[in-house]
Structure formats: C-alpha cells, structure tokens
Design a protein around this ligand. Sequence first.
Ligand SMILES: [Zn+2]
Length: 83
Amino acid sequence: MPAEDLDSKEGFKIWSRIQEAKVCSRCGQKMNSKGLSFFNDEILCAECKEKEKKLPEYAMTAKNICDEAKAELKKSRKRSLKS
Ligand SMILES: [Zn+2]
C-alpha cells in the first residue's frame, strides 16, 4: 500500500473521530468547538485547548516545530539563491 493512501486513511480516521466526539476527553464538557490535543489523541474543548497552550511543554514543542520550520525556510532560501 502506498504511504500516501495510509496517510489519508489515518487523517480520515482522526477527522471522523473528531466529528463523532460530543464531549471533551479531558473535562467531560459538551463541546461547541473542538480540537485534537497537541500531546496525544484526546479530543478537547476550546477551554482545555487553551489550558494546554499554557503548559510549558506546549511552548517547548511549539518552539521546536518553529525552529524546524525556520531551518527549512533557510534551506529553501539558500536553494533559491543558487538557482
Ligand atoms: Zn475540556
């Protein structure tokens, strides 16, 4: 099976899980807006997502992603300078 198909299937599985979820995995509240946890596959309400954003671990992970993105950007800039 090509990797691409597997990715879209996984994406669909997560998407339908989010659609089906009625209450927050963390606080059990009914959700109006929802999102996937940054750390695991829990589906969280907006409030719990906000709380998660304030965790030091979140900042660290977000920073790492940011640094990776910056490194990628630098690489692509170098590439475009050469051509
Ligand atoms: Zn919640």
